[in-house]
Each structure stands twice: as structure tokens, then as C-alpha cells.
Design a protein around this ligand. Structure first.
Ligand code: ADP
Length: 644
């Protein structure tokens, strides 16, 4: 039998380094992680046993055992779950099979020490948490269905050793060689029975399998105790179960306390904080199931790395079927965590069967409408909490507008946006918007852009502000997809104020403006022509505008064209952006026109006219938050102008 020394993948080494050197608080979560892994391993063994008659429930039942040894300063966690073979050991423990790892490590490095354990919990680097408390970790494991066992050791210093070994049964034994106790009061002694009881109760109470520990008790020795004399005591070893194993979702809502829900949530879904919202219901009728869902307070760091749903945990009559059942919840609700326990599904379902199962689809539908109606209620009854929720998850919910066509209408009631009448960071719902529309207003106005700062200062807003018209600020990238899906709300069409012609004026005002426009067209025809010539193909048209009051120029798109925000988004997604020349609109009342006119009259071929044309266009690009094609040239032109 030979021992092989191997090197961890770089990212594992980095992670271990961080775990060992920078985590100081809440070290006790290592146990939650290891128990959760053990419980998953038993779940998998049970599941495999359903279709493999060679695999049985072990004598004494499925269980997780804690073995503290004060003298050796070790803590051992034993499970009789699925175990691992050599390949699984190497891939599961030696690498991190997650695409978000780099981003996570970066975030972890930048985070404050106190926030790190929470991050670790979210990421599920579970097993590696053992190195917070152990200077050396041993794994002895045997895969169910195989005879060869494996022994793995590491001190977390970049390498691990692996060798053949023996283990009587399938399952995994993890031995932690604990670091020397740091606190004098013993609060860090992970071999103390009371401490282990406390940690298990706190984090792992609802684990579905018994977490047991052998304890020594003093009992009266019946044989040795003689009548009439003082009783004689002897030490006996008893197996104590540390967790309650109550499947909280099967109990009626009225019998579960808030605290029970919260403890369950934190333990089962590795969160540090209480959930923002608890949704517990029992569906009856065509599909019978129990659902217990949670909306977390904070978005996980990888909410946008992966737009797939992580899924809900699926049980059938309290028997665990699988984690992360994606069929039960769509991607745009991927922040929802929870459990579905069906009374109708067969225990023998596989992932493949689930994918096309009409029953599962029906449950999924029911789950979605429950979540959407809960959110609607929350917005109506507790707007402040809903706004907080929206800050965290609004962008994700918006995805539903184009991915869940059937529920588009319901989702539209959940939308919120910042606007020209909200403070930065505050939002309005579309209903709020309708409620405070001007009496004769027929459209819902919006403006898209990169950030609030950019849209707020857009010249396009001037005319709307002057008329006290509210304009929604659509500054999330996703908004470009929301708009086409939304089109209108309560029969009021949405109108982008950067698109096409916007007409805000009364008939008289219109007439007056038309007259001014005609006048300008006549007066400055030569200027328009010279500017158009100077800008060439890069501009579709140069024309006069009715929407400007202060600024000299603005860029607009025609109704169907790609606008600046869409262009930015397509670039960000690495797509080829079709060149769609835009329209440069000029303010007919701006003094710059007079200046240009005298230049054109003096010499229509003056190259400075082209420079002015470019400056006007570049200014318009800058005010909408765009990137100049040639910033250096812009700077030179400005300096030249200043020096005149
Ligand atoms: P996670 O549990 O989030 O996947 P871990 O680092 O805790 O991450 O574990 C990595 C993998 O190692 C697990 O997904 C599982 O495949 C395997 N593993 C860990 N502990 C056990 C165990 N007690 N029994 C069997 N497999 C385990």
C-alpha cells in the first residue's frame, strides 16, 4: 500500500489559506457544515437504496455520530452515508467545482473579518471550514457498493496525502485534530459535551437523521446496591440524540413559532440573518403538497453569476428526494429558498423523470403564484419592507417579465423604478405613478440610461420637469428587456422620452413652437446643411427640436432604432452592435446657431464648421453618459475654442 502526496488546486490552497488565517469569529459553524455534509451523504445513500437492493439501512439506523476525545484533543464525525471512492475524494475535496470561485475569493479577501464566516456559509465551502479549528484533518471513507476504503490526510498547507485503507462499512469518518484551545474560559473547546450539544441544537436541530453522542452517566448499580445501605453507582455509556429532527413544514402553521421558523431557516439554508419573509402553506385539491419558503434579507454574492434557479428541496412524505430541484422554481425567483413536500409523487422519481413530470410542473406553478401573491401583498401592506426587498432582488424579478410570459401581468404589479420625483435610492410602483399622473397625461414616461446621475441631468428631461411630469428612470441593464415586455400598464402606454417625437404641448403652444421651428428652418437652413455635411454618415439626420429649453443639442433615436442604452448593453454582452446612426436635434433658440450662421455665410467650406458640428455631437454623447469616439480630439477642440 503506497501513500501518495498530492497538491491542492490553486484555488483550494488560497481558500484554505484564508480559512486558516483570517477567520476568527464563529468558528463553531464548521460543525454545521460537516453535519450537513454527513446528512446529505445519508440522503444519497437512502435514495440509492430505493433502487439498489444491496444497499440497506445500516443496523442501528442511519445516523451521524460525534466522538469527542479530550485527551487526544480530537473530534470525530462519523456517518453511515454514501461515502466516497478515490476519484470522488479527489474531485470533491481536492477541487472546488464552482465557477464563481475566483469572484468569491476576491470578495472574501476584501470583506471585513467579521463578515467572512457568513460569506463562507453562502458559498458552501463547507468542508474546508474544518481547518478553522483543526490543524490536521483525516478522512476515512468507503463508497457504498465498493469494498476499498480510502484514507486522506491534510494539514491544510497546500498538499494532502491519500492511501488505501479499510473501513468496515460504507460511510465517512472525519477526524479533526483540534488546534490548541485559545480561550481560557474553554468556550472554544470542541471536545466539551455541553458545547457540542449547544452547537448541534443551534445549527442542526432539524437535520432529518439523529446526531448522536456517547455520554457517560452515573447510574445506580441495582446489583451492587444492598437494601438499607447507601446505593452504589456505576458509570454507563448512553447514546444521546442531540437534535429534534422535527420536519417543521409538516406541522400546522399555527403551531410553529417565529423562532422555530427562523432557526430552521438559518440552519437549513446557511444564512446568518433571519429571513425577510416566511411563506408556509398547504396546497390541497389537484395537487397536494406542503410548502415552506423563505425570502432572504440579503442577496447571495453569486445572484448574477448564475441565472439558473438553485431550486427548492424536494421531499415526498417527509422522505428526502433531492436538494436543488430546479423544476419547482423559475430562474427569476432563484433567491427563494425552501422545501416542498409532496404527497403524490412516487419515491422512485429521478432527476430525469422530474424534468418532464406534469405533477411537478403543477407544483411549480402553484409555488410561483404563491410567491408572486405574497410579494404583491407585501408591497401593499408593508411598502418599506418591500422596497428593501426590491433593492436586493428587484433586478432578478424583472427577468420574469420576459421569461415568464404567463405571469407577466402579475409581475408588472411588482415592478418599481426610481423617477424624477423620487430621491435617489427610492422607488415608485407603476400604480403609484398612475395615481399621481397629471390629469390630461396619457402616457407613462420613462428614460433609460446608465445611472441615475446620467438620466437626471439629461437635457431630455427639461421639458418634463417644466411641466411637472414624472419620468421613470430605467437605469438597470435589464430594463431594456422589461420595456418591450411591458408595453403598457393599466392601458397606459409606456413612452421613452428619448425615442421618436414627444409632444407635450397644448395646441396653442404647438402652433407657437411650429412657427418658431419653421422660422429656424428657414433662417438656419444653411447651418443644418453644413452640420450634416460635417458629420457625414455618423448621423442620420440633423433637425430642430421642440424638447430642448436650455441645452444646445441632444441625440435621439427614431422609434425603432437602437438607443444608446441598448447599444451599451449589447457591447457588454460581447455582441456585435449594428451601426445605427442617430438623430442630432438642435435647440432652435440657442445662441450657438447665430454664431454658426455667420461662419457659414463667411465661408461655407470653413473646416471649423465641422469642428463645431463634432463638438455639438460629442456634448450630446457625453450628456447621455456615452463614450466619445475620440476623447483626445474633443479635448483639443475645447481648448482651442477657449483660447479664442
Ligand atoms: P458542499 O457540501 O457545498 O458541496 P463541501 O466542501 O462541504 O461542499 O463538500 C464537497 C463535496 O465533498 C460534497 O459535495 C460531497 O460530494 C463530498 N462530501 C463531503 N463530505 C462528505 C461526506 N461526509 N460523505 C460523502 N461525501 C462527502
Amino acid at each position: 500500500m503506497s501513500t501518495q502526496t498530492k497538491t491542492f488546486k490553486t484555488e483550494v490552497s488560497q481558500l484554505l489559506d484564508l480559512v486558516i488565517h483570517s477567520l476568527y469569529s464563529n468558528k463553531e459553524i464548521f460543525l454545521r457544515e460537516l453535519i450537513s455534509n454527513a446528512s446529505d451523504a445519508i440522503d444519497r445513500a437512502r435514495f440509492e437504496a430505493l433502487s439498489n437492493s444491496d444497499l440497506h439501512e445500516p443496523e442501528g439506523g442511519w445516523k451521524i455520530k460525534l466522538v469527542p476525545d479530550k485527551d487526544a484533543n480530537t473530534l470525530t464525525i462519523v456517518d453511515n452515508g454514501i461515502g466516497m471512492n478515490e476519484v470522488e475524494l479527489e474531485t470533491n475535496i481536492g477541487t472546488i467545482a464552482n465557477s464563481g470561485t475566483k469572484a468569491f475569493l476576491k470578495q472574501l479577501k476584501e470583506a471585513e473579518a467579521k463578515d467572512r464566516p457568513e460569506l463562507i456559509g453562502q458559498f458552501g465551502v463547507g468542508f474546508y471550514a474544518s481547518f478553522m479549528v483543526a490543524e490536521k484533518v483525516e478522512i476515512l471513507t468507503r463508497r457504498a457498493g465498493e469494498t476499498q476504503a480510502w484514507h486522506w490526510t491534510s494539514t491544510g498547507d497546500g498538499t494532502y496525502e491519500i492511501e488505501e485503507a479499510e473501513r468496515e462499512q460504507h460511510g465517512t469518518t472525519i477526524t479533526l485534530h483540534l488546534r490548541k484551545e485559545e480561550d481560557e474560559d474553554g468556550s472554544e473547546d470542541f471536545t466539551a459535551e455541553y458545547k457540542l450539544r449547544e452547537i448541534v441544537k443551534k445549527y442542526s436541530d432539524y437535520i432529518a437523521f439523529p446526531v448522536v453522542m456517547d455520554v457517560k452517566r452515573s447510574e445506580k448499580d441495582e446489583e451492587a446496591s444492598k437494601e438499607g445501605e447507601d446505593p452504589v453507582y456505576k458509570d454507563v455509556i448512553k447514546e444521546e440524540t442531540l437534535n429534534s429532527m422535527k420536519a417543521i413544514w409538516t406541522r400546522p402553521k399555527s403551531e410553529v413559532t417565529d423562532e422555530e421558523y427562523q432557526t430552521f431557516y438559518k440552519a437549513a439554508f446557511h444564512d446568518w440573518e433571519d429571513p425577510r419573509k416566511i411563506i408556509h402553506w398547504s396546497a390541497e385539491g389537484t395537487t397536494e403538497f406542503k410548502g415552506l419558503l423563505f425570502i432572504p434579507k440579503k442577496a447571495p454574492f453569486d445572484l448574477f453569476y448564475n441565472d439558473e434557479a438553485k431550486g427548492l428541496h424536494l421531499y415526498v412524505k417527509r422522505v428526502f428526494i433531492m436538494n436543488d430541484c430546479k423544476e419547482l422554481i423559475p430562474g427569476y425567483l432563484r433567491f427563494v429558498k425552501g422545501v416542498v413536500d409532496s404527497a403524490d409523487l412516487s419515491l422512485n422519481v429521478s432527476r430525469e423523470i422530474l424534468q418532464n413530470n406534469p405533477l411537478v410542473r403543477r407544483i411549480g406553478k402553484n409555488v410561483v403564484s404563491k410567491v408572486l401573491s405574497t410579494l404583491k401583498e407585501m408591497q401593499e401592506n408593508d411598502t418599506a419592507a418591500y422596497e428593501d426587498f426590491w433593492q436586493e432582488f428587484g433586478k432578478v424579478v424583472k427577468e420574469g417579465m420576459h421569461t415568464d410570459f404567463a405571469n407577466k401581468d402579475k409581475i408588472s404589479h411588482l415592478l418599481r423604478f426610481e423617477s424624477s420625483k423620487t430621491e435617489a435610492g427610492k422607488t415608485v410602483s407603476l400604480k403609484d405613478y398612475l395615481d399621481r399622473m397629471q390629469p390630461d397625461q396619457k402616457e407613462i414616461y420613462y428614460l433609460t440610461g446608465e445611472s441615475r446621475a446620467v438620466v437626471e441631468n439629461s437635457p431630455l428631461l427639461e421639458a418634463f420637469k417644466a411641466r411637472n411630469l414624472e419620468v421613470l428612470f430605467l437605469t438597470d441593464t435589464i430594463d431594456e428587456w422589461v420595456i418591450p415586455a411591458l408595453e403598457s400598464y393599466e392601458e397606459k402606454p409606456l413612452k421613452g422620452i428619448h425615442r421618436g417625437d414627444v409632444n407635450l404641448d397644448s395646441e396653442d403652444e404647438q402652433k407657437e413652437k411650429e412657427a418658431k421651428l419653421e422660422e429656424a428652418k428657414e433662417n438656419y437652413a444653411s447651418v443644418l446643411e453644413a452640420l450634416k455635411k460635417g458629420l457625414g454618415d455618423k448621423i442620420k439626420e440633423v433637425r430642430f427640436s421642440k424638447r430642448l429649453t436650455d441645452s444646445a443639442a441632444v441625440l435621439v433615436s427614431d422609434d425603432s432604432g437602437i438607443d444608446a442604452n441598448m447599444e451599451r448593453m449589447m457591447k457588454a454582452m460581447g455582441q456585435v452592435v449594428p451601426v445605427a446612426p442617430r438623430i442630432l436635434e438642435l435647440n432652435p433658440a440657442h445662441p450657438v446657431l447665430g454664431k454658426l450662421k455667420s461662419m457659414v455665410e463667411a465661408n461655407a467650406e470653413d473646416p471649423e464648421i465641422t469642428e463645431y458640428a463634432e463638438l455639438l455631437r460629442d456634448q450630446a454623447v457625453l450628456t447621455e453618459g456615452g463614450d466619445l469616439e475620440n476623447p483626445a480630439r474633443f479635448a483639443q477642440q475645447i481648448s482651442k475654442l477657449m483660447a479664442k
